[in-house]
Design a protein around this ligand. Structure first.
Ligand SMILES: NC(=O)C1=CN([C@@H]2O[C@H](COP(=O)(O)OP(=O)(O)OC[C@H]3O[C@@H](n4cnc5c(N)ncnc54)[C@H](OP(=O)(O)O)[C@@H]3O)[C@@H](O)[C@H]2O)C=CC1
Ligand SMILES: O=C(CO)[C@H](O)[C@H](O)COP(=O)(O)O
Length: 471
């Protein structure tokens, strides 16, 4: 008798794939897993004896074990490996089958893969998953996009396995084409900036306020009970209590100060620049990680360049630093969501910003209490260009902006780099400026390149023959 076939396939049984398989199984879905690494296959076998999970180290047997049309999810590293897996699958799967890339793939690659596979009638879905290991296991935030019919095949399962906020699943159809991977990319861009600003705040608490790890833990724990309540603040509080297994020190003091990155933050900045939607807090966070990785150069520069402090005494308290970080968070969400609003028309995704804010409230790395307010802002005004000018958020920001300014001034006086907090302040200062000195840029462009300019008092474009003695 033919054994019953699995409803879903999962290729890649590492951190995310293995946990997502277990999550799907818990919710009653049958899943076959495959990995080229037999250790991962054996690990999955050892973690479960549920009959609705299969574990394969042979791709042909894996494909043969699936119900048709086949729905095969990928959780392998982004880039060439995704293409390699597609090429392996293509000859052994059929028209109407669905490949769902759940990794952090670049959105333009996803669009190319959609077009490429559609020639053979194979549907390709780009789907972002956030929540790390625990999220994948017990409820992530899930951002699917692409072909609606293919999405409909997945929807009941995604709704079941996603995190829930007040009973609502943290997943929804994002939009056409590569919309799912685009939204996940921007999620990660926001993640980079929030993490960077938390790190900057740690630097201020440690080097200006003179707090030790225990006191810093207490500060973040308190902040997590208030308006900054979020996953990243919660884990930050926990990090400052972790002892090192290999020495007498606290672990945080033994971790090298060189941050790594896999590219999603830089991709966010790159597309934001391309489509003309400023994300300076994210750009600064990407650059800060890169600068941190230049450890040897930094150590050499530290012995050559003077630390320029102006001798000021500290004039900042913990409440102001909390307000500064809160302002930075709101301004970063504003940039990321404005980018999504602009990308929605540029890339024809048809995104719903309220839905995105809603599914980021739970399961994902950037989940935060303030997303509830952000969601409500879109509920009141669905076409809101920027959350900073919404009724509630503008009131909040106006209250905390002086603290952001004061925190940065103190950091500057103490020679402490706060690039993302500062970029956030500059963003809002520029965004709320009815006048900016861009008239001078236009004059310069016209001066050296006859690029023309517009006037404040007349319609049209103008060029001036500028008076100069420069040859
Ligand atoms: N870790 C996280 O917190 C998150 C990760 N992601 C994304 O999810 C994806 C997977 O990440 P993660 O689970 O952490 O990665 P892991 O490296 O833990 O797992 C990937 C698995 O895929 C296997 N693999 C590699 N090539 C192939 C292949 N050709 N065929 C079959 N299996 C293969 C790897 O085997 P081997 O070890 O032998 O190479 C490994 O077991 C990435 O795109 C990542 O960016 C998204 C959200 C969160
Ligand atoms: O997608 C994720 C969470 O949602 C990844 O865990 C995270 O973005 C890792 O990225 P990087 O290695 O660049 O810091």
């Amino acid at each position: 008798m033919q054994k019953s076939l699995y409803q879903y396939g999962m290729i890649g049984l590492g951190t995310m794939g293995c946990n997502l398989v277990l999550n799907m199984s818990d919710h009653g879905f049958s899943v076959a897993g495959y990995d080229k690494n037999t250790e991962q296959v054996n690990r999955l076998k050892s973690l479960t004896n549920n009959s609705n999970i299969g574990a394969f180290d042979n791709i042909n047997q894996f494909v043969a074990s699936l119900n048709t049309p086949r729905v095969i999810m990928l959780l392998v590293p982004a880039g060439k490996i995704v293409d390699a897996v597609i090429e392996t699958l293509k000859p052994i799967i059929s028209k109407d089958d669905v490949i769902v890339d759940c990794g952090n793939s670049y959105f333009a690659d996803t669009q190319n893969r959609i077009d490429y596979l559609l020639k053979d009638g194979i549907h390709f879905v780009g789907l972002g998953v956030s929540g790390g290991e625990t999220g994948a296991r017990f409820g992530p935030s899930i951002m699917p996009g692409g072909d609606v019919k293919a999405y409909e095949l997945l929807a009941p399962m995604l709704n079941a396995i996603a995190a829930k906020v007040n009973g609502t699943p943290c997943t929804a159809y994002m939009g056409k084409g590569a919309a799912g991977h685009y939204v996940k990319m921007v999620h990660n861009g926001i993640e980079y900036a929030l993490m960077q600003m938390i790190a900057e705040t740690y630097h201020v608490l440690k080097n200006i306020c003179g707090l030790n790890n225990k006191a810093i833990h207490e500060v973040f724990s308190e902040w997590n009970k208030g308006k900054l309540q979020s996953f990243l603040i919660e884990i930050t509080a926990a990090i400052f209590l972790q002892e090192d297994d290999l020495s007498e020190a606290m672990l945080i003091d033994k971790i090298a100060d060189t941050a790594h990155q896999k590219g999603t933050g830089a991709w966010t900045s790159k597309d934001a620049m391309t489509i003309g939607s400023p994300t300076p807090s994210i750009d600064a966070a990407v650059a800060a990680r890169t600068l941190s990785s230049m450890k040897n150069e930094r150590v050499k520069a530290a012995s050559i360049l003077a630390t320029t402090t102006n001798g000021s005494t500290a004039n900042i308290n913990i409440q102001q630093i909390e307000d500064a970080l809160y302002a930075g968070f709101l301004i970063t969400y504003a940039q990321g969501l404005a980018l999504l609003q602009n990308a929605s028309s540029t890339h024809a995704y048809d995104l719903n910003l309220k839905t995105i804010a809603s599914i980021w409230r739970g399961g994902c790395i950037i989940r935060a209490a303030m997303l509830e307010t952000i969601m409500q802002a879109y509920e009141q005004e669905p076409t809101l260009q920027n959350i900073l000018v919404s009724n509630h958020i503008s009131t909040e920001i106006n209250k905390v902006l002086p603290s952001l300014r004061d925190t940065i001034v103190n950091a500057i006086n103490f020679s402490i780099p706060t690039p993302s907090l500062t970029a956030s302040l500059h963003y809002i200062d520029a965004y709320k400026s009815a006048w900016l000195p861009a008239n001078l840029i236009q004059a310069q462009r016209d001066f050296f390149g006859a690029h023309t300019y517009e006037r404040t008092d007349k319609e049209g474009t103008f060029h001036t023959k500028w008076h100069t003695n420069i040859q």
